[in-house]
Design a binder for this molecule. Structure first.
Ligand SMILES: [Zn+2]
Ligand SMILES: [Zn+2]
Length: 128
């Protein structure tokens, strides 16, 4: 009986510690799993978000392309010589600073067609 009593004692003493360790491992494992699950969910959401962003960007790009085409056409129109409506403007009038005339027309006029300021100098603009 003495022996039988002696054996369970250390087992009993060991058990709470083992339980504690097991619990610790369990809780640590569950925390780790939870964080992994969260990470995976985040990655999935991020991918979804990126997909959505990509889609939006593509739509925007198409819109932007149309807009850019319009803007380029507007710029071409804006750069056209306001006198002959044919050549591109390439002269800036001084002192008024208007950029509305081609080289041929700018030499034929004395005043700026836009603001009527006397032209005292022409600045050649090189096409970019
Ligand atoms: Zn012209
Ligand atoms: Zn002017």
């Amino acid at each position: 009986m003495n022996e039988a009593c002696f054996i369970p004692e250390p087992v009993l003493a060991m058990n709470p510690m083992e339980n504690e360790t097991e619990k610790n491992i369990e809780s640590q494992a569950s925390i780790a799993i939870a964080s992994i699950v969260e990470e995976v969910t985040n990655i999935k959401q991020e991918k979804k978000r990126q997909k959505k962003k990509k889609k939006k960007k593509q739509q925007l790009t198409l819109k932007e392309f149309e807009k850019m085409k319009e803007e380029i056409e507007d710029m071409k129109q804006a750069r056209r010589c306001k006198v002959c409506l044919d050549e591109s403007s390439n002269r800036v009038f001084l002192p008024c600073g208007h950029f509305i005339c081609c080289s041929g027309c700018s030499e034929k006029i004395a005043d700026c067609p836009l603001c009527r300021t006397r032209i005292i100098a022409l600045v050649k603009v090189n096409n970019v």
